[in-house]
Design a protein around this ligand. Structure first.
Ligand code: ADP
Length: 212
């Protein structure tokens, strides 16, 4: 299964992909998480943190090589957060011949703010929580791995969220448009269990038989 998932911030890509990974062993490659784990890494372009703290995309050169390495290590993937610019799309086309499916999860800007401003992330597995939309069973604790929940630095300012929405609209929407024939839209405004039903229906046929 070679798939990519798109959607504005807070659409719930992480929640759906992590579930797919836990249940069916499809590796969820999430570039934002890789960059957060390497936030202080010195590169010729500076550190990932310098860009993320301002709500800006990191330079294409920084992310292209990271993704190439990740993809070389897996047979199947659900890619979350790449390719996000036209230049990344070009680079991606040189390493992967095609995608089985592209999922676009849609939510409004209002939902983005609502979900991000009260979002918590598991410090170990990266799963996402929200105090109303998706509360943990025990406050402050991931219900899957038990690790501590933390806040993302780039979630707690409305200005940074606005900047991130702008990056998505200016740089990523054109990429999704390029995929138009392969894109399946899922309405992600609904409760995450309902979103899962639609999401799973879209991806099920690409999950290898021995994992179903
Ligand atoms: P979001 O969905 O809120 O953008 P992510 O966790 O996917 O969150 O990404 C967090 C940050 O990591 C982004 O704001 C950006 O700085 C950086 N990032 C992730 N993927 C890419 C990418 N493909 N190209 C450039 N920057 C990226």
């Amino acid at each position: 299964m070679n798939a990519a998932i798109y959607g504005p911030l807070g659409a719930g890509k992480n929640v759906q992909c992590k579930k797919l990974e836990r249940r069916y062993g499809i590796p969820h490659i999430v570039t934002g998480q890789i960059l957060r784990e390497n936030a202080e890494l010195e590169t010729p372009y500076g550190t990932p943190k310098e860009y993320m703290d301002e709500g800006k995309y990191v330079p294409d050169e920084m992310i292209n090589s990271i993704v190439e390495k990740e993809l070389s290590e897996v047979d199947h993937f659900m890619l979350d957060g790449y390719p996000r610019t036209m230049n990344q799309l070009e680079n991606f086309s040189e390493i992967i011949t095609g995608l089985d499916v592209v999922v676009l999860m849609e939510v409004s800007d209002e939902t983005t703010f609502y979900r991000l401003l009260d979002r918590k992330i598991c410090s170990n597995c990266g799963d996402s929580y929200h105090k109303e939309y998706r509360p943990p069973d025990t406050p402050g604790e991931c219900k899957f791995c038990g690790a501590k929940l933390t806040e993302r630095d780039d979630d707690n300012s409305e200005d940074i969220i606005r900047q991130r929405i702008q990056e998505y609209e200016q740089k990523t929407v054109p990429v999704v448009e390029q995929y138009s024939d392969d894109v399946v839209v899922v309405d992600a405004e609904r409760p995450h269990e309902a979103v899962w039903e639609d999401f799973f229906e879209v991806v099920e046929e690409y999950i290898p038989d021995d994992r179903l």
